[in-house]
Design a binder for this molecule. Structure first.
Ligand SMILES: NC(=O)C1=CN([C@@H]2O[C@H](COP(=O)(O)OP(=O)(O)OC[C@H]3O[C@@H](n4cnc5c(N)ncnc54)[C@H](OP(=O)(O)O)[C@@H]3O)[C@@H](O)[C@H]2O)C=CC1
Ligand SMILES: CC(=O)N[C@@H](CCC(=O)OP(=O)(O)O)C(=O)O
Length: 400
């Protein structure tokens, strides 16, 4: 069985069917990976519906389905043999079908979107919450306790409620739930995610920044001072809502920095780095908006600890991520490009010696909508529900 190929398996989308990838290679830690080659369990949605058998095992509620991250969850779940969507919500677009809002999803059989206040959770086991921060905490507070929840917003990411209130400019209405939430930076906090009911999915910038820095800080290879992060995002990072600053004519043929000295991802990044260091770390962080739809690059300048070499940093990242499916340290000298990860759940990174002795430059790229949002969210829910972590996430990067 372990030598079956994906070409022998019925998936909704053609790209995997052409891949002669040995199933054994794709197995993760979880024994349920065996189900990949179990015949009926790998049938596509269409196959299941037409036979009326083998309904998907987990019923998913998707809150904020009409936004970019919601649509991305729908796209990813098309290839998930176990998770099926039974509830979708929208705000202004409540009452509409997904296919009318996102024609690229018209081939998927999906429920009509309803307003959150009319949502019936009796047919739901787990929820992806793709709502704006601020609105999310009230909604999650009202959900049935038995639901597993992955929240893509920032509402439960910061442990310190006072810090949340300072950076987000409003009181937190669910501090008790905040205590229960687990920060879902998967490759770093996988064990905590396993037992969680509520996961706070990390922001896109914090994901691309913490993945390379946390292993280096844990191994005491870099200094805690003078960490400088220059990060760039595609426009989809700002969501689908209309904003003057995101009009084509404002974005095309130029770049601009925003949130200079005060972007709300700074405390989130600092929380993760400080946990790794067991002492307070403060960073210089400046995000930029780029004239591209998806993609994110973080270029990070660090000071190496006394006596540490670039080779030490490289070997630490190599060791830390050698068994990881979605985080890849590239060969020495290869510069990561957002094109390398577009449409996929990968984070690619590399590390270079700076011309200033003792300093290093780290480059990390992700797709903000996948590893930076919906992909990592699905990775987390797979773990929370004890499914193979890579289920539904084996999309190859789109190039060009
Ligand atoms: N875009 C990205 O790259 C990333 C986004 N995130 C976070 O994920 C969350 C979703 O982001 P994204 O999909 O980009 O956002 P969008 O603006 O594209 O979508 C927001 C969704 O929430 C719904 N909505 C808006 N206001 C309300 C409300 N008051 N009550 C109920 N539903 C509401 C919208 O419905 P309708 O369209 O019908 O009005 C829409 O479905 C945000 O918290 C964002 O910060 C996190 C990481 C990366
Ligand atoms: C390009 C752009 O505008 N990006 C968003 C970050 C997206 C994200 O991760 O947002 P949350 O932390 O709110 O979930 C921003 O800078 O506000």
């Amino acid at each position: 069985m372990s030598t079956a190929t994906f070409s022998s398996i019925c998936f909704d989308q053609g790209f995997l069917s052409k891949d002669k990838v040995k199933i054994s290679k794709l197995k993760h830690r979880n024994e349920r990976a065996k189900l990949y080659v179990g015949g009926a369990s790998v049938l596509s949605t269409k196959c299941m519906q037409s036979s009326g058998k083998n309904k998907k095992e987990v019923r998913i509620g998707l809150l904020g389905a009409s936004g970019y991250t919601g649509a991305e969850i729908v796209r990813l779940l098309a290839n998930h043999p176990y998770f099926g969507i039974t509830l979708m919500t929208a705000d202004r677009k409540a009452g509409q079908t997904m296919g009318s809002v996102f024609p690229h999803l018209i081939t998927q059989d999906l429920p009509t979107m309803v307003s959150v206040k009319d949502a019936d959770f009796s047919n739901v086991d787990a929820v992806f919450c793709c709502l704006p921060h601020g609105t999310t905490q009230e909604i999650i507070k009202g959900l049935p306790r038995q639901l597993k929840i992955v929240d893509l917003s920032a509402d439960f990411r910061l442990r310190d409620i006072a810090e949340y209130e300072e950076w987000y400019g409003q009181p937190h209405s669910a501090p008790d739930l905040q205590k229960e939430a687990v920060y879902g930076l998967t490759e770093i906090l996988r064990e905590e995610v396993k037992g969680a009911r509520l996961v706070a999915n990390p922001g896109c910038y914090p994901t691309s920044i913490q993945l390379p820095l946390v292993p280096l800080i844990k191994a005491k290879l870099i200094e805690h001072r003078n960490i400088i992060i220059d990060a760039k995002s595609g426009v989809s990072g700002a969501g689908r809502g209309a904003k003057e600053a995101n009009l084509y004519s404002e974005i095309a043929e130029g770049i601009y920095s925003y949130g200079v000295t005060r972007h709300r991802h700074a405390p989130e990044i600092e929380q993760g780095l400080s946990d790794a260091a067991h002492s307070k770390i403060t960073v210089s962080f400046t995000p930029h908006l780029m004239p591209m739809t998806r993609g994110m690059q973080s270029t990070i300048y660090v000071e190496m600890s006394q006596g540490v070499t670039i080779e030490d940093l490289y070997q630490q990242l190599r060791k830390y991520y050698e068994d990881e499916e979605f985080v890849k340290l590239l060969d020495k000298g290869v510069v990561p490009h957002t094109h390398n990860v577009r449409g996929s759940n990968y984070c690619f990174m590399n590390i270079f010696p700076d011309r200033i002795p003792g300093r290093a430059i780290i480059i990390s790229v992700i797709d903000n909508l996948v590893k930076g949002a919906s992909g990592q969210a699905l990775q987390n829910l797979n773990i929370m529900l004890d499914y193979p972590e890579n289920t539904g996430l084996l999309y190859r990067p789109l190039f060009p």
